[in-house]
Design a protein around this ligand. Structure first.
Ligand code: FAD
Length: 470
């Protein structure tokens, strides 16, 4: 009898659990939080619903689309997308459109952008290893520094010259500046690209709705989802995992045996709780991997309409604020009182740095001053707030991470019945769909009894995530 244990009940763990129960295996999921959904959960506060960031449901993966429709179906809303960049008191389209960007920066900067672009064409960066090289080669150094550098460095907390280029290819539409201007002037012919940008699916009450429903479906079919239960130790015999120690919120432990184990907890944590412990080199590799964390300051504003975007990127360096979500524009049902608006103000930081450790009211004061400073809303209109800390929101793709991950992967591959899945479970900059796909693959490997699917093969292409070649 197969006894499958899953660490973590975010999208990856839940998708794996759901795939298993649908096929006759009842797994147990252990989740340390008080609710399921991981980074994709929805917080409820004073009748309002807050997403941690904004989670668009869009995918090129058929398996995942099918799963989302199966779970939520007609509870999905089709939402129009609008997002802009705020820079030097002006708004610019995002994704960037050539004419809007060039017109918006004014004559002098346009001339500088074009000169810098011409310079890059004559003397391009010979290698495209870093984010800075990749973007500068396509748009020129000047455009890079206006529209990419400040925001990217706010998110990652390290210079763009220390970030891997692979991330840029998936996240930034890679048209050259020249091509973008030509496209803007003359409509391109034979366009075989489907854009996933213009609209997206969103559950009426935020992404948490999807993951709460998935949990319910798992439990209806006999699976278990245990909350407030942390995976604290993983026991093995050198080639197989045999059992785990689970710790509840009161610090009480119990040991559970299993036949197969899926882990969506941070890979850096997994290797430190192996017993007997992992080799020194593996532990050092884990210590060298860095995550970036997120704090969202969710505010209620006594104003019916603030702006039409779903979200705005704040590139201006004079504020620490990185991005603003306007939840009403994601789904009107997220806001309890239709005469008010709610915003999610996103701050990127490191777990336990000075900002992280500021008290909630100090963080709120700073956030309220900043939104007033950039004229998003008046200070006195803010009626309520809640501060949410999201540790390990982003795996940092610095220049050394591939070698550290390779060391950890090699070690974990030595355990035949342990599969890492998900975003921080595999230290991959996954969207929900990639995280879910790894969960589905891992579950199918258990069901077939063979390693048919390589979970590490998910989210490895260099193609822009928001376009699909037909
Ligand atoms: C700001 C932001 C915006 C995003 N926007 C989008 C978007 O628009 N579209 C999109 O598709 N994706 C988006 N994502 C990505 C998405 O959030 C992730 O891909 C997804 O949540 C990852 O799922 P997961 O199950 O791998 O990990 P997680 O969601 O992190 O879940 C892991 C779970 O494991 C639990 N856990 C951790 N340690 C332990 C332990 N020791 N024992 C037991 N449980 C443990 C955690 O509490 C958590 O519930 C966004 C992410 C961020 C940070």
């Amino acid at each position: 009898m197969q006894n499958v244990i899953i660490f973590g009940a975010g999208p990856a763990g839940l998708a794996a659990g759901y795939e298993l129960v649908k096929n006759g295996i009842q797994p147990t999921l252990f989740e340390k939080d008080e609710q399921v959904g991981g980074i994709s959960k929805t917080i409820q506060y004073h009748g309002n619903y807050f997403d941690l960031g904004g989670h668009r449901f869009f995918t090129k993966l058929n398996d995942v689309n099918q799963l989302w429709q199966e779970v939520l179906g007609d509870k999905f809303l089709k939402r129009p997308r609008q997002s802009r960049i705020y820079y030097k008191n002006k708004f610019f389209n995002y994704p960037l459109t050539a004419m809007n960007a060039l017109m918006g920066v004014g004559f002098v900067d346009t001339a500088r952008i074009l000169l810098s672009y011409a310079n890059t064409k004559i003397f391009p960066n010979k290698e495209e290893i870093t984010f800075e090289q990749w973007v500068s080669n396509r748009f020129g150094k000047r455009l890079f520094s206006i529209f990419f550098k400040t925001y990217t460095e706010k998110v990652w907390g390290i210079p763009c010259s220390e970030i891997q280029a692979e991330w840029a290819a998936q996240r930034i539409k890679g048209l050259s500046l020249y091509q973008a201007v030509v496209n803007a002037l003359f409509k391109p012919k034979g366009n075989k690209i489907t854009t996933l940008i213009d609209e997206f699916d969103y559950p009426e009450y935020g992404p948490g709705m999807m993951y709460n429903d998935m949990r319910q479906k798992i439990e209806e079919r006999g699976g278990k989802v245990e909350l407030h239960e942390k995976t604290a130790e993983v026991f093995h015999d050198g080639s197989r995992v045999t059992s785990v120690r689970i710790e509840n919120e009161n610090g009480e432990s119990r040991r559970i045996e299993g036949s197969d184990f899926l882990s969506s907890i941070p890979i850096t944590e997994l290797v430190t709780i192996m017993s007997p412990s992992a080799p020194e080199a593996v532990l050092n590799a884990a210590k060298s991997l860095k995550y970036r964390s997120l704090i969202t300051v969710d505010i209620t504003v006594d104003q019916k309409q603030l702006f039409t975007d779903n979200w705005i990127y704040i590139h201006s360096p004079e504020v620490k604020l990185g991005r603003i979500q306007n939840f009403k524009n994601w789904s009107p049902s997220m806001v309890a009182d239709p005469n008010k608006s709610t915003l999610g103000l996103e701050y990127f930081c490191n777990e336990n740095d000075d900002f992280w450790n500021l008290g909630d009211s100090k963080i709120f004061e700073l956030a309220a001053d900043e939104v007033a400073k950039i004229k998003i809303c008046k200070r006195e209109k803010i009626e309520d707030f809640v501060v949410v800390r999201v540790p390990k929101a982003y795996p940092v793709y610095d220049m050394n991470y591939p070698k550290h991950i390779a060391t950890i992967r090699k070690y974990l591959a030595g355990f035949a019945n342990l599969q890492p899945i998900g975003r921080y479970g595999m230290f991959k900059y996954n969207n929900m769909d990639h995280s879910i796909q790894t969960g589905l693959y891992a579950a199918r490997n258990i069901l077939s009894g063979k390693q048919t699917f390589d979970v590490w093969n998910v989210n490895t292409d260099d193609e822009y995530h928001e376009e699909k070649k037909e």
